[in-house]
Design a binder for this molecule. Structure first.
Ligand code: M6R
Length: 604
């Protein structure tokens, strides 16, 4: 979590830092800050809340000519979102910004306090700057002091540190949290947590590896790896296509992203299907050689996409598939056998828990595959193979189009494996491919439907909770519908398998319990309908979503006619996304930046 930027050069340092932070604000937005060192003098600004507050605070402040600056946008881990806890953190003559968690901060803090250091914040980060200055007093060399400090830190971090002792330099380190440096012909250096702040400033960048550390100053970048061996920067071209999304007339990015689903799914299918088969040029068929099981591992929405995949893989590819929540998998001593393909799913490619499971699978010698939306992300760089989801930049914290493209990829992948394993006839695969081609049309938002959901949403602003229910692949969709609603409306919502309601949750049924029922015509319709009738009989307020009329519901949202359950899946996905969006808007919430969340969860 959190976003970091840094700059060394002669341009308008303040503007460069602020515009970089703007691009990273999705990573955390409970406070932000910058520190700029110019002519031996530090200027430091911090503000609680969104970046606009920091912009306001720095309005009068100007930088000109050479300066060194660092900035941070925070998602609080240790300590409340206050100005004192906002980064950069100050020592006596140095500032630091950090993304990650210093696990041994309490011990270090105790020792530093015993040595007379006063702490201003409740953060783990502040120990870094004090530890650095303590080492500096002994070693009298900034880089050696920085290096020693890193050896004393346990945990995950991306760090930038500036000190008056070496006023043209930024010290950096990466261990478990992303960090990039960009260089250009004007000898400027740019640091950031991801590509976007560097677009337009640099044509090539170096992605630091875990364990890398060093320093940058005009005309010099010195990098060491985790074995303390000096290494060259490995420059990779940076795409100059600033897709920095604008809202294009939509009220929120989330809304725009729901409307974009048709075109991004077309992009995701493009070049990957013909009339008979699915072609993944990025995959070598040997990836599946000797594989008897697929293990899918992810968090949040990506986990729900993975759960949908588990139904498709077993049904079509006839391959044993298991499912893991990354944060659980990490710590449960799992059995990993080499005949398992380990698949991680992540929109951002930076989710700490998912990344860590990928490292575990690699260490156990498993073949790995990433389904990811961000090229060059940590997860992509670490996996043996990747299928990119081509959803484009997703800005809304509530994931929509990334989920749509993940499920599209999984549907394709189930057919790809089915062909490799001869588990489906050629005709059956061809029939599914022609259904896949219909998906972009089925996720197009129809004005009348959107209007109906907008009107309906006013009936669902209260109550004591929501149950989203579905069977089979509609169960993960129900989970996803509930997650969307709770993330942005702050109303309690749960996803449940329809058939499981009578095993406990039905006790909650009354008119103030809202049931959002997914009733696909082409998958277990009668069974799902009976489950809804059981809830209706107990007076739960029911909103049914189906292509078939259903008279036992209080509200009914009719989707377009579809010839297959997966098309019904995509139609219902859009309905659930719009319902969450409209309820959140009516409640007056910030749809794109809901409270307590961040777009990319880079802490465990
Ligand atoms: O970037 P990732 O797909 O790895 O992120 C995983 C979750 O943090 C993410 O899906 C989260 O649940 C979203 N806010 C859901 O809308």
């Amino acid at each position: 979590m959190c976003g970091i930027v840094g700059y060394i050069g002669k341009k308008n340092t303040k503007e460069i830092l602020l515009s970089g932070l703007k691009e990273l604000e999705y990573r955390g937005y409970d406070s932000a800050g910058i520190a700029i060192l110019q002519n031996g003098v530090f200027s430091n600004f911090k503000a609680v809340g969104k970046l606009v507050n920091l912009e306001e605070k720095t309005k009068e402040f100007k930088t000109n000519d050479f300066a060194v600056g660092i900035g941070h946008t925070r998602w609080a881990t240790h300590g409340k979102p206050t100005e004192l806890n906002a980064h950069p953190h100050l020592g006596e003559h140095s500032y630091v910004v950090h993304n990650g968690i210093i696990e041994n901060y309490a011990e270090l803090k105790k020792e530093l306090q015993a040595g007379g250091v006063t702490f201003l914040s409740q953060t783990d980060t502040e120990v870094i700057v004090h530890q650095f200055e303590k080492n500096m007093k002994v070693l009298k060399n900034s880089f050696e002091a920085f290096k020693k400090t890193l050896k004393e830190l346990h945990g995950a971090y991306a760090i930038l540190l500036v000190t008056k002792e070496q006023s043209d330099t930024i010290f950096f380190a990466k261990h478990g949290s992303p960090m990039i440096i960009g260089i250009n012909e004007q000898n400027e250096n740019y640091f950031a947590s991801s590509d976007t702040p560097l677009i337009g400033h640099c044509k090539s960048v170096n992605y630091f590896e875990d364990g890398d550390y060093g320093y940058a100053k005009p005309n010099e970048i010195v990098i060491f790896d985790k074995t303390d061996t000096k290494k060259e920067a490995k420059l990779t071209p940076l795409s100059q296509n600033r897709l920095s999304a604008q809202k294009d007339g939509f009220r929120f990015f989330m809304e725009k992203e729901i409307y974009e689903q048709s075109s991004v799914i077309s992009d995701t299918l493009m070049g990957r299907i013909n009339d008979k088969e699915v072609i993944f040029e990025e995959l070598s068929p040997t990836l599946f050689a000797g594989i008897n099981e697929i293990k899918l591992c992810a968090c949040g929405t990506s986990y729900h996409a993975a759960m949908s995949a588990s139904y498709l893989f077993e049904r079509y590819a006839k391959i044993k598939t298991s499912l893991e929540i990354a944060s659980e998998f990490r710590y449960r001593d799992p059995i990993m056998t080499k005949d398992t393909l380990f698949v991680v799913i992540s929109q951002s490619g930076e989710t700490a828990d998912t990344l860590e499971t990928l490292k575990m699978a690699k260490a156990a010698g498993l073949k790995t595959l990433a389904i990811c939306n961000v090229d060059n992300s940590s997860i992509v760089r670490l996996s043996d193979a990747t299928i990119l989801t081509r959803a484009g930049i997703e800005k809304g914290v509530a994931s929509t189009k990334a989920f749509a493209t993940q499920v599209s990829v999984f549907w394709m992948l189930s057919l790809y494996i089915a062909r490799l394993k001869n588990s489906m006839s050629e005709d059956a695969i061809a029939a599914q491919i022609s259904l896949l081609r219909e998906v972009p049309a089925h996720v197009k938002v129809n004005d009348a439907m959107h209007e109906r959901i907008k009107r309906l949403s006013k009936r669902y602003l209260h109550g004591h909770g929501f149950f989203f229910i579905g069977r089979d692949v509609f169960y993960p969709l129900a989970l996803e519908g509930a997650l969307k609603l709770k993330e942005i409306s702050y109303l309690h919502a749960e996803g449940y398998p329809s058939g499981e309601m009578k095993h406990g949750p039905i006790a909650l049924a009354d008119p103030e319990l809202f049931t959002i029922a997914l009733l696909p015509k082409y998958l277990h319709y009668e069974k799902a309908k009976s489950n809804v009738e059981e809830l209706s009989a107990r007076d739960s307020t029911i909103c049914a979503i189906s292509q078939l009329e259903f008279d036992k519901a209080d509200d009914f949202i009719q989707i377009n006619e579809c010839s297959h359950y997966m098309l019904e899946f995509f139609e219902m996905m859009v309905v659930l996304q719009l319902l969450a969006l409209e309820i959140s808007i009516r409640l007056g919430n910030d749809v794109d930046m809901p409270r307590n969340l961040a777009k990319s969860v880079t802490v465990e």
